[in-house]
Design a protein around this ligand. Sequence first.
Ligand code: AP5
Length: 196
Amino acid sequence: MRIVLLGAPGSGKGTQGEMLTAHYGIPRLSTGDALRAAVREGTPLGRKAQAVMEAGQLVDDAIVVGIVEARLDESDASDGFILDGFPRNIGQARTLDHLLDSKQRAPIDLALHLDVPVHEVVARLVKRGIEEGRCDDNEDTIRQRLGVYMAETHPLLDYYAGQGKLVTVPGSGTVTAIFGALTRAIDAHCAPVASA
Ligand code: AP5
């Protein structure tokens, strides 16, 4: 099962991605988490990414593609994975499709879109910024990230709809109810792994 999670900043991709990983036993790769770890560790990549992330812009495609490719090559991702925060633009989506194809890996099965009204994601992220102090959760950066999402990432809904892989799930409500809707969508679209 190879799943892409789509949605605006604060739509719940990380929250639901972690629950889906536990439920289906497949790894989740969050490019945001990987980049934040690099920033914390002060690696050359992290130093390069930090200012871009704090400005609410997208990090270079080549950097994030490198992170994703390395992770997908790990053995635990061979039977499936959940991508959270990647792809983020049409170029990354095409690269992902080519990457899987060139490695003779099965293509993406499903793109799940968490649909949450803008006012709600802004409220969630402002709250998280106050409670957790994440550097890109101040109101100016949140607005910037939402603008980048609409310009760069939102077109991916049409990209995956065109491949017949898009399912939109309302992302407002309780975490448990949203998780139930996501698992129903996955179970309906992804064939179960055959038992030995
Ligand atoms: P990334 O970490 O991917 O940020 P994001 O998409 O803005 O996502 P968030 O983590 O803010 O939100 P989320 O949708 O995961 O929601 P969450 O579950 O956390 O990327 C950060 C930056 O890295 C980017 O801006 C960019 O610079 C760079 N980057 C990353 N990937 C890249 C790529 N592919 N290419 C280029 N650059 C890249 O929930 C948010 C909050 O809401 C939490 O506090 C949570 O507790 C709360 N919440 C969740 N669900 C609910 C609910 N149902 N009701 C109420 N509250 C809820």
